[in-house]
Write a protein that binds this ligand. Structure first.
Ligand code: 86X
Length: 662
């Protein structure tokens, strides 16, 4: 162990005299378990939660548990059999005085400073069964990994042999363990659970986003940079978008297909303009096993070059038109810009639609009908307002005639983001790929084509637009769970009766097609569950306590609350934001249905008002950049000349026309 880790000399001395095989990792300051998880969560073993507690009667305690444990001060008192104990958290000063560490750096190692042997130390039995334990070595910008055996050896040596607590075997039916009376529930939970985001959306948008999508279990990071795992919580949303859009395009007469993942080099280069500029992003397969392939094979970055040779084969007569096909697939673009989950990843999921028509007008009709559907995906499923637009000459898809787009506004960054595009390809691809047919007059003709794509970026946009400091705020129409029912156990009612009542409500809602679940887990407190489902963005929580049980009522809590007392939004509310509403269980179905609709409308209006406030009209260049710096969207007269556009682009900004069809 080298000195330059900057560890406390006493600690280092003990590490070496006990010949502990520990490894210490350097990282940025991590004052909470969540932060530590972000820095060293990849390490083998477990992280810990460390509670430094005091009680008037029983003195000082350090309790160390596995980080995932939901701990509750009353439960601890019960577990330790300390009747009448009233634990409080030791404050910063006491912590410094007794254990010589700052808040956020507490761990069993700190007992090395407990010279007076005042602190009673209890350890979660589950920790002793871990492969490795990862804890702060008296400072919270380091994490030391060691085995439970080594930790025990260390503690015995400093005369702090731990007492074990078997949290897993505590009787969770006991009301004391479950969090006691209603009054204290909320208060205790706030202190005890270290769950949740550690940064604010307005203060650190990038880290807020990362935490929101990882802690809510939408995304996990794979070991290939720029590639992410879509977990069930996000994949469900994609499936919702898919099934809605898929049905809509089928109504238009579009049929689904599947073309191969691979493109030959020759096919890829058929349309030079199209590939040029994109070439560095193409990923190639060059080997099978150890042997080189005779020709490298590209992985599709988009499928024009794979599909259009078959358009040429299949379109021979005007009777073969329109040809309208779509595929749901993955594509790979090996980008070198910073990747962001959902917004820009090296592999992503999308649908790509490709159509061929007998006239320009018919093609243009398709371009706009698809653009309409894209706007509806955003506005009606995701509650995100979008602006329809037309890309400039230099921003359009180079292979085509013109590109239409839906653009969303991201409040966190103050920028617009392309939501989806629909292209009128004219006859360019038809010429390149020799797509020719005989028209009604028996003359040779080239079809008019369109292509259009919508990707998993949709999910990132929805998270960014609606999320808040507590985590996700999911738009109800796509939320995997729209309503979560949480029983609040108390002595007065048997838990099984309470759960049966919850289940009754669940069945009623489920019959109406509402996605609903009962969180009847007994090893988590109600407060922990509230935080958990808020972080995951579930639109409505139903709380059911003994009083609700006896009155055949329940309590509804909206997720889209954010601003508890905001006058501004009162108009849209049947009950105020953040407020709780007690309703009868008898017509719970209609109540929930209309509340889900109201939440959708509220999210949409809030996002739209937020965006519209940021739209400014500018007619002079001097006002242009300053307004953009104020996170505004700038509406300005524009002549589509690349030279002028370049002036804007040096600011890393892009232009598009606004199609106003309202
Ligand atoms: C542009 C155009 C178009 C069908 C869509 O926008 C919707 C669905 N395709 C996609 N584009 C490329 O053509 C492209 C080509 C190559 Cl070779 C590449 F490596 C990256 C690309 N990215 C975008």
């Amino acid at each position: 162990m080298s000195e330059d880790l900057g560890l406390n000399p006493n600690l280092l001395q003990l590490f070496s005299s006990l010949s502990l095989q520990q490894a210490t990792h350097i990282h940025e300051v991590a004052a909470t378990v969540e932060e530590q998880a972000l820095k060293v969560g990849h390490l083998a073993g477990v992280l810990t939660k460390n509670l430094f507690l005091k009680d008037k009667k029983y003195g000082l305690f350090l309790i160390t548990t596995v980080s995932t444990r939901d701990v509750n001060l009353k439960a601890i008192a019960t577990a330790l059999n300390l009747s009448g104990a009233n634990f409080r958290f030791g404050d910063e000063q006491l912590l410094q005085e007794k254990l010589g560490v700052v808040r956020g750096a507490v761990s069993p190692f700190a007992l090395v400073n407990d010279n007076a042997k005042e602190v009673k130390f209890y350890i979660d039995k589950a920790l002793l069964q871990a492969e490795l334990i990862n804890i702060h070595p008296l400072r919270n910008d380091r994490t030391t990994s060691l085995t439970p055996g080594e930790l025990t050896r260390f503690l015995e040596h400093i005369d702090h042999k731990p007492f074990e607590i078997d949290f897993d075997r505590l009787n969770t039916q006991d009301p004391a363990v479950k969090g006691g009376d209603e009054e204290n529930q909320g208060k205790n939970v706030k202190k005890e659970t270290l769950l949740g985001l550690s940064v604010k959306k307005e203060e650190d948008f990038a880290n807020w986003y990362t935490q929101a999508i990882t802690l809510s279990e939408m995304i996990d990071y794979s070991d290939i940079s720029g590639c992410y795992i879509l977990r069930p919580w996000s994949y469900f949303i994609w499936e919702s978008i898919q099934s809605w859009f898929d049905a809509k395009i089928k109504e238009l007469g579009v049929q689904n297909t599947y073309f191969p993942l691979f493109v030959s080099e020759r096919a890829l280069n058929t349309e030079k303009d199209h590939v040029e500029g994109f070439a560095p992003e193409v990923a190639w397969v060059t080997k099978s096993g150890q042997s080189d392939l005779s020709e490298p094979i590209a992985i599709r970055p988009t499928s024009e070059t794979i599909m259009y040779p078959f358009f040429a084969k299949w379109i021979r007569s005007h009777r073969d038109l329109p040809l309208e096909i779509n595929q749901w697939c993955n594509v790979v673009r090996w980008e070198f810009k910073d990747a962001t989950p959902f917004l820009r990843s090296r592999e992503f999921l999308w649908q790509e639609g490709h159509t061929a028509h007998g006239s320009y007008e018919e093609a243009q009709k398709r371009v706009l009908s698809i653009l309409d559907l894209y706007a509806q995906v955003y506005e009606e499923l995701l509650a995100v307002p979008v602006i329809k637009g037309m890309k400039t000459e230099s921003e359009k898809f180079a292979g085509g005639f013109h590109t239409t787009t839906v653009e969303a506004y991201i409040n966190g960054s103050g920028r617009a983001i392309q939501g989806a595009t629909s292209h009128n390809l004219g006859q360019n691809f038809g010429k390149m790929f020799k797509i020719q047919y005989e028209d009604e007059k028996g003359e040779k003709a080239i079809p008019w084509q369109t292509s259009w794509g919508l990707t998993t970026r949709t999910l990132g946009v929805a998270v960014m637009v609606h999320g808040d400091d507590k985590g996700l705020v999911l738009p109800p129409r796509v939320a995997p769970i729209q309503v979560i029912i949480c029983p609040i156990a108390m002595k007065s009612v048997a838990f099984t009766d309470l759960v049966a009542y919850c289940d009754e409500i669940r069945v009623v809602l489920k019959k109406l097609g509402i996605r609903v679940d009962v969180d009847d887990r007994q090893n988590y407190t109600p407060g922990w569950k509230f935080n958990h489902w808020e972080l995951k963005g579930v639109p409505i929580r139903i709380e059911v306590g003994p009083r609700d049980f006896s009155n055949r009522q329940c309590r509804l809590v909206r997720r889209d609350n954010g601003k508890r007392n905001s006058k501004q939004y009162q108009l849209y509310f049947k009950f105020h934001l953040g407020e709780k509403l007690d309703v009868s269980a008898d017509n719970i179905g209609v109540t929930i249905q209309s509340l889900l609709e109201e939440i959708h409308n509220f999210l949409y209006r809030k996002a739209k008002e937020g965006r519209d406030q940021k739209v400014v009209q500018v007619t002079e260049w001097k006002d242009f950049v300053p307004n953009l710096e104020q996170k505004c969207l700038v509406l300005t007269p524009f002549c589509d000349i690349a030279e002028w556009e370049d002036k804007v682009k040096v600011n890393n900004l892009f232009l598009s026309y606004w199609i106003d069809n309202d």
